[in-house]
Ligand binder design. Sequence first.
Ligand SMILES: Nc1ncnc2c1ncn2[C@@H]1O[C@H](COP(=O)(O)OP(=O)(O)O)[C@@H](O)[C@H]1O
Ligand SMILES: [Mg+2]
Length: 214
Amino acid sequence: MTILQADALTHSFDYPLFHNVSFTLNEGESMAIIGVSGSGKSTLLHILSTLLNPNEGSVTLLGKELQSLKNRDLVDLRKNDLGLIFQSHYLFKGFSAYENLEVAAMLSHNEVDETLLQSLGIEQVIMQKVTELSGGQQQRVSIARVLTKKPRLIFADEPTGNLDHDTAMEVMDLFDAYVKTDKAGMVLVTHDEDLAMRCDKVYRLHEQQLEQVK
Ligand SMILES: Nc1ncnc2c1ncn2[C@@H]1O[C@H](COP(=O)(O)OP(=O)(O)O)[C@@H](O)[C@H]1O
Ligand SMILES: [Mg+2]
């Protein structure tokens, strides 16, 4: 079943970024978007994840065409079905890492999964304040928070940018297992081609086109 559909997306800022971008993603699939810095990867991810309206074209998530949704339905979609892992982490800074996960668990009626904390190697630091953690640890808390929410779609922009190679690969294993087991979908933006190739599909944003390379 199609979980995400992009139809003829076109967007410009000071210069045209991409033109006529279309693709589909099915349940249980992950896809990566690669491309040089400034090619528009983050902009495309913002459009796909409801945060930005494209100049032209449409996005359909879980069968819902975004532009036709009422604001309230859009808020519900974000709250219930989407998991965003972006460069700015948006963790609640005054709280401990664990409290951040508890909030996510409470809002989504799930529980904090202790094995997830171990898999991410953050069980030792989980009671510390977010501001006391390193960039890499904060990144892993953000990943734990999103997986705690159990979204149908994960959008991740350089989610492993602050992590060493081995940890990044372990995080990819977690994403992969989650997407397959929970029949979710993931769109990963990265400049790291090794990481990208771990996804089911890989696209490159190049000369305003989205070319499929895997
Ligand atoms: N909100 C914005 N307003 C104006 N220009 C923007 C905005 N967001 C991104 N850009 C510009 O669009 C181009 C592509 O940015 P971005 O999508 O972040 O690329 P990438 O993630 O591939 O590095 C850059 O030149 C950037 O300055
Ligand atoms: Mg970017």
